[in-house]
Design a protein around this ligand. Structure first.
Ligand SMILES: *[C@@H]1O[C@H](CO)[C@@H](O)[C@H](O)[C@H]1NC(C)=O
Ligand SMILES: *[C@@H]1O[C@H](CO)[C@@H](O)[C@H](O)[C@H]1NC(C)=O
Ligand SMILES: *[C@@H]1O[C@H](CO)[C@@H](O)[C@H](O)[C@H]1NC(C)=O
Ligand SMILES: *[C@@H]1O[C@H](CO)[C@@H](O)[C@H](O)[C@H]1NC(C)=O
Ligand SMILES: *[C@@H]1O[C@H](CO)[C@@H](O)[C@H](O)[C@H]1NC(C)=O
Length: 789
């Protein structure tokens, strides 16, 4: 989705217009209704008892029966009104208008006309931008945040301020560091993104009464698929054709969506603007009806990104007529159009014989079924499960504390010269706080934001602990000309210096990708000059979504610590101070590779290939394939403590049983199709011990990586699992990973088939390496004796 002013020009006039009407309408409502707002819902039997006679209003019937009852009551024209986000009303059936478009990427957002703030609910808890939450590598946290967000959303719904259908999360792979929307995603790794997707979605959707058929709110995984260019050197998402190999599609781009549907049971998937291999995703029957609906069995609706259908007709010229575009989208499996296009052209498509009415029935049935599961057709929500929630349940102290906790858990310590951090709040009497991001508010919440409950800026967070002197040093984050004099003066006399630099939405945003990975403008000059004269330790804080080339700072001994804080949310400044002064021991790890500027200079953003190509010198992407120079690695992140790992029990050999006639019984094979009987129950335990050998208690993420045998252009290394544990100083814990042979020791081959790679898989945990051999033989595992390294 995109704010109306950023749209392609043709599209914008229509949508801007919609927005005007909407704004006018909501204004009028507020004038009339004042402080009391009523939720939007159908089947209001209290006001109109005759509605109780309709089968679709009868909550004791099954969803399917109710949906069928409703659909058969509608005229074609009415049906078409339910194909668009700004869905029509049918007064004779007691159905009001419903706005499908709401957002809740990291808190209830005002983007999307379905949700707004008012004097009744002036703000909602604004969690860190997703890329920082992902850095916590804590799946419990992902789900807990989702739960709080959906509670606040329900509370706002009850007073007419929010919808029930939220088009979040964004689970596209952060393939290229320049992507303006990388900040919205959980990073570059398919496993982390999959876990984030399923956990956040569960948090949003899971019904408090345990009924798996019911939805607290409906989430949506977007943007399906291979969407990760917004606007780079004139290549924009509305025109871009992502040329993607079957192998990359299946082992990089699709996994988060698959997990979102299969593990998270998400209620919606959104198709993107771009084409994949020459077809617009919203018109591709293989991607939608075939995979999402067919293979993954989505229980819910497929929605287009806003104006995607219009875009593939008007911008991509994919069909000759608008009716054809409407028919193609619906026949491909699209159920709901964000934008007016299907509302305008679908009836003509039916009349022209391009589409049967039954296809529309199917689409709107998916939409209605979702609303039924949300209780929209059960009458007044204030009398239902979440009926007691209201404005007092938004921005509660515990919700706001979770926003601070999430930022703390995500913040990544990238460099820490001995004796630098944590600062002592008693020894440090004066702190110089410098930089264009040192006293920012809105920057902290990134994009797809809502109005937060309140802000704690970095300066406020630090000033709450010690006496500070603040100098911005640049007029804005672009830092055209650094003003170094005052900054140097305060740094020269303060006991320690904190520089808060980085980016904001003027540097990286939707519709705007970066060219440059360096700190903007003269920021690095300011940092170097200040560091050069600083009296005490110098802590460089990078506030950004994407990685930055901060090699100059990494290599500068005067800069004693580097922290990355993402866009840390409403309580970001408090969380930063917690980490800097040691009230919280940092445990975040980078969810994406930080590349040097030379990478951006050499690699076109438009090359979708994940794998390197030695013939052209193309270096490949992400820690799974790229082996060139980096600034920081995926998974990097220090603690104030040290943690040691030891293997307790890990098999050395896994034998994979084969049926009698299998060709690999008689000939040499490098891999086996990961399907069927062979896969049932073939799992092994990796049993580890982890110990906090440092002075500080803290959390630590244990990563289990594997380097598979080099068959089928397999990744050089990939993440099999992660587990975060809290350990007191000198404390120990056992961590166990269940490794499923077919799922985890397999690779995707050149044709997209999952294969168990035969040969040696090297497991990595921290600095430990363990060779695990996968062979054909009678089923079994041979265990290594317990070993300590
Ligand atoms: C709702 O459906 C149930 C089950 O079919 C039926 O017994 C009941 O009479 C219906 N309620 C109304 C108000 O029609
Ligand atoms: C419409 O339905 C008829 C009868 O089932 C079928 O033969 C025809 O192919 C359908 N048309 C379209 C455009 O799907
Ligand atoms: C650092 O300071 C020294 C002298 O104090 C000066 O020669 C040098 O140019 C300075 N470097 C930077 C990057 O400001
Ligand atoms: C952790 O261990 C490394 C290697 O032994 C050492 O250099 C470092 O100082 C230790 N860090 C902490 C915080 O104890
Ligand atoms: C993970 O997050 C949850 C929710 O905030 C928190 O209670 C838990 O302590 C975290 N786990 C670790 C190991 O830090």
């Amino acid at each position: 989705m995109t704010p109306a002013q950023n749209r392609a020009p043709k599209v914008s006039s229509v949508l801007l217009c919609l927005c005007c009407i909407h704004a006018f309408f909501s204004c009028a409502v507020r004038l009339v209704a004042g402080q009391t707002s009523k939720p939007v819902f159908a089947c209001d039997v209290d006001s109109d008892p005759s509605l109780a006679g309709f089968g679709f209003c009868n909550a004791s019937l099954g969803v399917e029966v109710r949906v069928a009852d409703l659909v058969q009551r509608l005229t074609l024209q009415e049906k078409v009104g339910f194909l668009v986000n700004n869905a029509g009303n049918v007064d004779r059936l007691g159905i009001p208008k419903y706005e499908w478009w709401s957002e809740a990427l990291h808190g209830v957002s005002y983007l999307g006309p379905g949700t707004k703030f008012s004097s009744l609910v002036p703000g909602a808890t604004s969690f860190p931008q997703v890329i920082l939450t992902a850095a916590s590598f804590n799946a419990t946290l992902f789900e807990t945040i989702g739960k709080v967000v959906s509670t606040e959303a329900r509370a706002m719904h009850n007073v007419g301020l929010a919808g029930l259908t939220f088009w979040s999360p964004n689970v596209n792979i952060f393939r290229d560091p320049r992507w303006g929307r990388g900040q919205e995603t959980p990073g570059e790794d398919p496993l982390l993104s999959s876990k984030y997707a399923s956990s956040y979605v569960r948090g949003l959707q899971q019904s408090d009464d345990g009924n798996t058929d019911r939805l607290k709110v409906a989430a949506c995984c977007k943007h399906y698929t291979a969407y990760d260019i917004d606007n780079w050197k004139g290549v924009d998402r509305y025109h871009f054709n992502a040329v993607v190999t079957q192998q990359d599609l299946d082992d990089t781009f699709q996994p988060p969506f698959k997990s979102c549907v299969l593990d998270g049971n998400v209620a919606s998937v959104m198709c993107s603007y771009n084409q994949v291999n020459g077809k617009p995703t919203c018109a591709d029957p293989d991607l939608l009806a075939g995979i999402v609906r067919g293979k993954w069995k989505l229980n819910g609706y497929i929605v287009s990104d806003c104006d995607s259908v219009d875009v593939f007709y008007n911008t991509q010229h994919y069909t000759k007529t608008p009716e054809e575009a409407a028919a193609k989208a619906i026949l491909a499996g699209l159920d709901l159009d964000c934008g007016p296009f299907l509302g305008q052209h679908t009836e003509a498509a039916v009349k022209g014989g391009l589409l049967n009415e039954s296809a529309i029935d199917k689409a709107i049935s998916n939409n209605f079924a979702t609303l039924m599961r949300l209780g929209f057709f059960d009458g007044d929500p204030r009398k239902q499960l979440y009926g007691k929630l209201g404005p007092d349940d938004v921005c509660t102290p515990s919700n706001q504390e979770l926003a601070r906790e999430a930022a703390r858990q995500g913040i990544v310590l990238l460099k820490n010269t001995a004796g630098s951090l944590p600062l002592s709040s008693t020894a440090i009497k004066s702190l110089a706080v410098i930089g264009p991001n040192a006293n920012v508010m809105k920057t902290m919440i990134g994009n797809y934001e809502g109005t937060p409950c309140k802000y704690v800026t970095p300066l406020q967070g630090l000033a709450a602990v010690v006496s500070t002197t603040y100098v911005a040093g640049c007029v804005d984050v672009g830092c055209g000309t650094a003003q170094t004099d005052d900054a140097k003066k305060v740094a020269a006399s303060a006991d320690a210096t904190v520089l808060v630099m980085g980016a904001d939405q003027s540097i990286e945003r939707e519709n705007f990708d970066r060219i440059d990975l360096n700190l903007p403008g003269q920021q690095s000059l300011l940092v170097s000059e200040v560091a050069n004269v600083s009296k005490g330790p110098v802590i460089l804080v990078i506030m950004s979504g994407g990685g930055m080339d901060v090699s100059f700072a990494k290599d500068n001994d005067k800069i004693t610590s580097i922290l990355w804080v993402g866009y840390p949310g409403e309580a970001g400044g408090a969380a930063m101070a917690d980490v800097i002064f040691g009230d919280h021991n940092p445990s975040g790890r980078l969810p994406m590779t930080w590349y040097p500027q030379s990478y951006a200079d050499a690699v076109p953003m438009t090359n979708m290939n994940m794998r390197p190509d030695p013939a052209t010198g193309y270096p490949g992407r992400t820690y799974r394939f790229y082996t060139g120079p980096t600034v920081y690695l995926f998974g990097d992140g220090l603690s104030y403590s040290n943690f040691s790992h030891s293997l307790v029990q890990v098999p050395q050999l896994v034998s994979v049983p084969l049926e009698e006639g299998h060709v690999c019984r008689s000939s040499a094979c490098e891999s086996l199709e990961a399907t069927g009987e062979m896969c049932s129950n073939l799992a092994l335990d990796v049993h580890l011990n982890v110990k906090n050998v440092g002075r500080f208690s803290g959390s630590h993420t244990v990563f289990l990586f594997s380097s598979p045998p080099s068959v089928h252009r397999a990744p050089r290394k990939h993440l099999l699992g992660f587990e975060k544990v809290f350990l007191a100083s000198q404390g120990e814990a056992q961590v166990q990973f269940k490794v499923d042979v077919c799922k985890d020791l397999s690779v995707v081959d050149e044709l997209g088939r999952r294969k168990v790679a035969l040969g040696t898989h090297v497991l990595h945990v921290g600095d430990l390496k363990h060779a695990l051999s996968v062979q054909i033989g009678s089923s079994g595992l041979s265990l290594s004796p317990p070993r300590h390294f």
